[in-house]
Ligand binder design. Structure first.
Ligand code: PLP
Length: 416
């Protein structure tokens, strides 16, 4: 029988235990299982933003740019070396994930004018599908959409079967947003390279939850969010990665002055700078970039090895409890059973998942709901405790066993 004492013992042995105190936790009884949608606020970020507002913006005014101009690259270097398996100078922070995806996908198409196919899969995140469809439509390209099992995740064979010598680009999520399934980055990248295509990975649910083997896989391009497991705050700017040897060959389609060689020469014609900054566009949000730098530093300090090991332990514990308590109530695991194939979240299928989600929020547990009928539970490794997993699943069990969730509306609200 699972016991709360056992959960507490697991917490006592957790090497990342001290990191919970590094976050602002206004209400210790609220169980937050949505750090994969919006991470918590790090204390160091709150302090840094106060300083940026009061001293730098408030005091330095325009002189602040002497330091701010370095932030996009500085945050990128912390991500490259401390969070992703990349080299300094291969990652920079700018724009949103959607915009970066557009920039890099367009750059990849432009670099291979004879190839006219983009390959993705139907379980990719909606913004990725929309951006790729829009780009394919504008360029007269074909968007080839591989069918993927939404619980098992994209397969190497499925992608390989869609590749041919017309394929310019393969664009996929590394960790699936709904199931948490991890794609085989090295094998899929190798298959794409065999057919001469570039690969563009979306790391939104990977960065800060699992190792991202960009270098080991010789990945070409990647983008990702910073407001999820990197805890940089709502709408914080995203990152992009371009492998060093590709940088001189690629040009992104939005020719802005932040990508210009000697920006303040104010030259009339565009000449992109060498290096990763050529993928920048315009003036960044300095508050957002400051928060990305702090969030990335915190994950880098913890180390992606311990972070991913704890993610596996937390998700495995949740699966164990779900098997014992929730399977008899009609729940089924909608994520891979193999912990090595999961990110830091798991989904549970239940016909009344949306109603259970609303009832759980009233019971002071915050999960989220994903269509068609998945309750998604995110276990951000830096601040989620094993007792949180225990308490959350016990509350879910009690709600569904009593049937109290069916009193909640069956129709979805605007944000789930
Ligand atoms: C969250 C998420 C996004 C979000 O993109 P934005 O441009 O920040 O809205 C994109 N892709 C994936 C895979 C995501 O999980």
């Amino acid at each position: 029988m699972p016991s709360r004492d056992d959960a507490a013992t697991r917490d006592a042995g957790d090497v990342l235990r001290r990191f919970r105190r590094r976050f602002v936790i206004a209400d210790d009884d609220l169980i937050y299982l949505d750090g994969n949608s919006l991470g918590r606020l790090p204390r160091s970020t709150r302090a840094r933003l106060r300083k940026v507002i009061n001293e730098e913006w408030g005091g330095d005014l325009i002189r602040g740019w002497d330091g701010w101009i370095e932030l996009a690259r500085a945050a990128g270097d912390v991500l490259a070396t401390g969070v992703l398996d990349a080299r300094p100078g291969e990652v920079v922070v700018s724009d949103s994930t959607s915009v970066n995806l557009f920039k890099l996908a367009a750059a990849a198409l432009d670099a291979q004018p004879g190839r006219t196919v983009i390959v993705t899969d139907d379980d990719n995140f909606p913004t990725d599908l929309y951006v790729l469809a829009g780009l394919a439509s504008a360029r007269g390209c074909e968007l080839r959409v591989v069918k993927t099992d939404i619980d098992a995740g994209v397969s190497v064979d499925g992608v390989a079967a869609a590749l041919d010598h017309d394929t310019a680009l393969v664009s996929l999520s590394h960790v699936a947003y709904r199931s948490g399934a991890v794609a085989d980055m090295p094998a899929i990248t190798a298959a794409a390279h065999d057919s001469g295509a570039f690969v563009l990975w979306d790391l939104s649910h990977s960065a800060g939850s699992v190792p991202v083997p960009l270098r080991a896989a010789a990945a070409d391009l990647a983008v990702g969010c910073t407001y999820k497991h990197l805890n940089a705050g709502p709408g914080a700017p995203a990152f992009l990665y371009v492998r060093e040897d590709l940088q001189p060959r690629l040009r992104q389609p939005i020719w802005g002055w932040f990508g210009q060689r000697d920006q303040f020469e104010m030259a009339p014609s565009y000449d992109p700078v060498d290096g990763i900054e050529r993928f920048l566009v315009g003036t960044p949000s300095v508050l957002g970039l400051s928060a990305v730098l702090e969030g990335a530093r915190l994950t880098a300090e913890a180390g992606i090895g311990p972070v991913s090991a704890k993610a596996r332990a937390l998700t495995s514990y949740a699966v164990e409890l779900a098997d014992a308590w929730l399977a008899p109530l009609g729940f089924a695991l909608a994520s891979p059973r193999d912990p090595a194939r999961r990110g830091a979240h798991v989904s549970l299928h239940h016909p009344q998942a949306w109603q259970a989600c609303q009832a759980l929020k009233d019971a002071r547990v915050i999960p989220d709901f994903r269509t068609p009928d998945r309750l998604r539970l995110g276990f951000a490794p830096l601040y989620t405790r094993f007792v949180d997993v225990y308490d959350a699943l016990a509350r879910l069990r009690d709600i569904v066993a009593s049937g109290s969730h069916v009193a909640y509306p069956a129709g979805r609200s605007r944000v789930t």
